[in-house]
Design a protein around this ligand. Structure first.
Ligand SMILES: O=C[C@H](O)[C@@H](O)[C@H](O)CC(=O)O
Length: 272
């Protein structure tokens, strides 16, 4: 199995709290992006103290309360299933702060991390404040919810977005990459993909590859899998009949999403 592909865990880490995924510098080659998925049973709590990192807490499914210092955000979360295809609530918490997530209902919570030195205000990112984009044409149409885009100055290095790709379409396509510190032409951002499928027995194909093919992995990605993108192009193809969801976390030396399309395939953008 590719070292870029992670299958879900089922590791109990506290009463009513199950770790589903954990990606960090300790178990990957990533230096900027950290990522966790936890399932929290109704009434159970997950607490964390951040050091020099910031966190975006995404109420992926179900409802949660989030507390940080004097901030108390109640009944966050707008969906029981990501395929309701509507934005959800999130909370940004900066470095050197402690937060608590309490499940109001059984909930799946995504925790997105990246380096942070300059403590910024804790922020409730309301679902209705997510920018919604409809990108692409022909068979590369997809819908994007911008949870924490580079146009939002609330974070130091973290970028969070979720993407829906319907039956027979491709996303992150034409293939693009952001693995060079070469602004204004390209930024360097590591990335993780957390995937879900509808119906759940589905799969997508995702390729992660570099120009020199020193990295070239094509993976069958199933419901609940995570793909790491340390570098390279990273397109996703969705088979007929299925809907794809993924949540992306990106981070790097500069908080700018400036990607470069694979010149072999950029022509697809020129079609009328
Ligand atoms: O680099 C960003 C990620 O690859 C996705 O968020 C991608 O941009 C989604 C898309 O435009 O299809």
């Amino acid at each position: 199995m590719s070292k870029l592909l992670r299958k879900p865990l089922q590791e109990t880490i506290d009463d009513g709290v199950t770790l589903v995924h954990e990606v960090s510098g300790q178990n990957s080659d990533l230096k900027y992006v950290g990522f966790k998925v936890v399932d929290v049973k109704k009434g159970a709590k997950y607490e964390q103290t951040l050091e020099k990192e910031e966190c975006c807490i995404v109420a992926l499914t179900g409802k949660i309360n989030v507390t940080e210092g004097d901030h108390h955000f109640s009944d966050l979360g707008r969906r029981d299933n990501v395929f309701e295809k509507k934005p959800t609530d999130s909370v940004y918490v900066s470095n050197d702060r402690t937060f608590e997530v309490e499940a109001v209902t059984d909930a799946r919570v995504v925790l997105c991390y990246s380096p942070s030195e300059k403590q910024l205000p804790t922020k409730f990112i309301k679902a209705e404040d997510n920018g919604v984009e409809h990108r692409g044409k022909y068979s590369n149409k997809r819908m994007v919810h911008n949870i924490l885009p580079d146009s939002d100055p609330s974070a130091n290095s973290l970028l969070v977005v979720e993407v829906y790709t319907e039956t027979g379409n491709w996303s992150s396509y034409p293939p693009h990459k952001h693995d060079q510190e070469n602004l204004p032409d390209e930024s360097f951002l590591e990335e993780t993909y957390y995937h879900e499928m509808d119906p759940p027995q589905g799969f997508v194909f995702q390729r992660v590859y570099t120009d020199d093919r020193s990295l070239d992995e094509t993976m069958t990605v199933e419901n609940g899998n995570v793909v790491l993108v340390p570098a390279g192009y990273h397109p996703v193809g969705v088979p007929d009949g299925y809907s794809s969801y993924y949540l992306n976390v990106m981070a790097g030396p500069e908080r700018i999403w400036k990607f470069h399309n694979d010149p072999d395939h950029a022509w697809v953008l020129d079609r009328d």
